[in-house]
Design a protein around this ligand. Structure first.
Ligand SMILES: Nc1ncnc2c1ncn2[C@@H]1O[C@H](COP(=O)(O)OP(=O)(O)OP(=O)(O)O)[C@@H](O)[C@H]1O
Length: 274
């Protein structure tokens, strides 16, 4: 029996799933698959034979050395780069089977920090395609407040984008990526403007979101401690997938040692910084 039949069979067996849509409860049955995914730019093969199976409710961290192809993978999944192979989403009841609805949080946002554009303006422009200089209907303000409250950022609605801290901006971008709730959330870890503590809060928020909304999340990460602490699954990428599994298994693999020149002997000790 192939994987997909197994998936449908399991869904049939689950009475919990018969009545509940995936986004109402954590079911673990919706999945996104990458099959033989590859990207070639010019004559350079940047990614090849990437095969990945991501379940809802799972936080998957992508790690790898500089130039491994992590950002390229996200861009290709978003459709910004041409890719070979397949990206497919299957919902728990097997009713939807095709391209996933993807939410994306970039590593940074390029904007004029001196501009008067507010968080509400950003939502209006991105989400409602509504001219920001027009009167904002109350229903839209309520909707934006609700979206921001998912990441505890509703108090930022009238704040200028340029006046937000790195962590606050990341929260706002997260709220935008969750409106509407996607099948798959892609996150590029912020590398500037957020200190380690801010980053930990970001991981904590993301971790809660995956439980609350049964999200499949792929997070590109450079912080191995936080990956070890929060990820359900780790993918070690270097042009192709070298390792894919639980953090403790990947962190103790030969490939991990080779790539990071780092022995992760006593993981718990390292996470505590001892
Ligand atoms: N548009 C492009 N044209 C040619 N080569 C590219 C292009 N975009 C990326 N590359 C190359 O593809 C490789 C992978 O780049 P990518 O940015 O995906 O790596 P990464 O793993 O995200 O790296 P980092 O951790 O440094 O951000 C690099 O060697 C890069 O130079």
């Amino acid at each position: 029996m192939n994987d997909e039949n197994m998936f449908h069979k399991d869904v049939e067996k689950s009475s919990h799933q018969k009545d509940k849509g995936c986004k109402d409860a954590c079911c673990g049955f919706c999945c996104t698959r990458l099959k033989d995914f590859g990207v070639t730019i010019g004559k350079t093969e940047i990614l090849k034979d990437v095969n990945l199976h991501i379940h809802c409710g799972e936080l998957t961290a992508i790690i790898g050395p500089n130039g491994a192809g992590k950002s390229t993978l996200l861009k290709a999944m978003l459709g910004d780069l041409k890719a070979t192979g397949e990206l497919r989403y299957i919902d728990a009841k097997g009713r939807r089977n095709g391209k996933p609805l993807i939410g994306y949080v970039p590593q940074y946002l390029n904007f004029d920090a001196g501009s008067p554009t507010s968080v509400l303006d950003l939502f209006m422009a991105c989400r409602f395609k509504f001219p920001v200089w027009l009167y904002t209907p109350k229903r839209i303000i309520k909707h934006v407040e609700e979206s921001l409250s998912k990441v505890k950022a509703d108090h930022l609605i009238n704040r200028r984008l340029g006046a937000l801290s790195g962590g606050e901006l990341q929260r706002v971008l997260l709220a935008l990526a969750l409106d509407p709730i996607p099948d798959l959330l892609l996150l590029d870890e912020p590398v500037s403007g957020i200190d380690h503590n801010g980053l930990a809060i970001f991981y904590e928020t993301v971790s809660q979101l995956r439980k609350n909304y049964d999200l499949s999340i792929i997070l590109i990460s450079h912080d191995l401690d936080l990956v070890y602490q929060y990820a359900d699954r780790v993918v070690l990428l270097k042009k192709t997938i070298l390792e894919n599994g639980k953090p403790q298994d990947v962190f103790q693999s030969e490939n991990f040692n080779d790539v990071f020149s780092l022995k992760w002997k006593n993981v718990d000790t390292q996470v505590r910084g001892e």
